[in-house]
Design a protein around this ligand. Structure first.
Ligand SMILES: [Zn+2]
Length: 236
């Protein structure tokens, strides 16, 4: 059992002993509240950009692949308490947070018909060795949460061919360069003429998601591509 899995198991045990707490402020959740409390939900720095035909996400993913729709749940400020939701979903063995947040976000997006016409949900893949080490791919959990809320199926067409070094200390161009040749599409015929939604947990420079959009566009030029992310980084 890896450290991450052990920690996840320990957290699950704690959850049985102690009641659920808000992932943002740590206060105990009351009946009807899930993942985050009502106050933190109301104060969440939502991006609300999904109705704009050219928004901050389109801007970051600008390149050779046309992006139809782009949605991001909230802005991610490194020093913000909301950053811990993503951090816990990603590193602390609790991907269920990502799935539940995705379901909430899907509920809000459905009110604006964001999912109309979308045929399949793809997620940014993780190299299998990394997935074994971490135990899960948080982006896959986001895809599953969206699917559960919308009944749109999840496709496992994006694959990661190799590991790529950490992106966190690289600039935009270096991140893009670093991601080249990492991703590939399998069974592209299943995506022909489909409207594909590609999801990730956080958009920083957009390099990872952009690379995934590019490989899908290249493999299946007839596919329409939209993107969704839970968090969008922003400087204060
Ligand atoms: Zn709270």
């Amino acid at each position: 059992m890896g450290f991450g899995a052990l920690k996840g198991w320990f957290n699950d045990l704690l959850r049985i002993v102690y009641p659920d707490v808000c992932e943002v402020c740590g206060s105990s959740l009351v009946r009807g509240e899930e993942v985050i409390c009502l106050k933190c939900d109301m104060n969440m720095p939502r991006t609300r950009v999904h109705n704009d035909s050219f928004n901050i996400i389109h801007e970051r993913l600008a390149g050779k692949t046309p992006i139809e729709r782009a949605a991001g749940y909230f802005y991610y400020y490194r020093e913000s308490d909301y950053a811990s939701i993503i951090h816990n979903a990603k590193y602390n063995g609790r991907p269920i947070i990502a799935r539940k947040l995705a379901m909430r976000f899907a509920g809000e997006l459905m009110a604006d018909n964001f999912f109309d016409g979308i045929d399949i949900i793809l997620y940014v893949p993780m190299f299998f060795l990394k997935k074994i080490k971490r135990g899960y791919n948080q982006s896959e959990y986001i895809a599953n949460g969206l699917s559960q809320a919308t009944n749109i199926p999840v496709g496992h067409n994006l694959i990661s061919k190799r590991s790529h070094s950490s992106q966190t200390k690289k600039n935009s161009y270096r991140r893009w360069l670093n991601a080249q040749g990492v991703y590939d599409v399998i069974n592209p015929e299943g995506l022909e003429n489909k409207h594909v939604l590609i999801v990730d947990d956080v958009i920083t420079t957009g390099a990872t998601l952009l690379t995934c959009c590019d490989v899908v566009h290249k493999a299946v030029p007839s596919a329409t591509i939209s993107v969704l992310s839970l968090a969008v980084t922003r400087l204060r």
